[in-house]
Design a binder for this molecule. Sequence first.
Ligand SMILES: NC(=O)c1ccc[n+]([C@@H]2O[C@H](COP(=O)([O-])OP(=O)(O)OC[C@H]3O[C@@H](n4cnc5c(N)ncnc54)[C@H](OP(=O)(O)O)[C@@H]3O)[C@@H](O)[C@H]2O)c1
Length: 116
Amino acid sequence: MSRKIGYGAIIIIFGATGDLTKRKLIPALYNLYVKEIINDKIPIVCVARRLITKDKFTELLNPEKFIAQVNQKSLSQFLKQVYYYPMDLQNNMTYSHFAEFISRVDRTHDCRGGSF
Ligand SMILES: NC(=O)c1ccc[n+]([C@@H]2O[C@H](COP(=O)([O-])OP(=O)(O)OC[C@H]3O[C@@H](n4cnc5c(N)ncnc54)[C@H](OP(=O)(O)O)[C@@H]3O)[C@@H](O)[C@H]2O)c1
């Protein structure tokens, strides 16, 4: 039986500028990507309050430091499906914009409505 997940999910990480994300979650997801258990039909949307760009967010993740045996080519491919979305979860006004953003990511990656 194949262990690959073909499509159908956006992974959303709340608190993505935090310690858990850079030390554990992104390295674990990168390893799943390298093993082809997840692919580009399973994008990762990272959410935190900080108003920073995707480039700054990637710097903050510092994947070269936290991923053991990183391969630059596969890392840069993996990072193409990682998005950063600045949002304060306590601000109800931002949720409808976030839903629109998720829909755009869904269409871009052909996720067919799945998220977790
Ligand atoms: N670190 C670990 O190894 C570890 C292990 C097991 C369990 N945990 C648990 O996992 C959780 C996260 O841990 P952590 O170490 O990553 O915490 P952390 O370093 O303090 O990070 C907290 C994250 O939450 C975000 N955040 C806080 N308030 C927010 C809000 N109102 N709206 C949007 N984002 C908000 C922060 O974003 P900004 O600062 O950018 O706003 C930051 O990204 C905790 O419950 C912890 O107990 C952590």
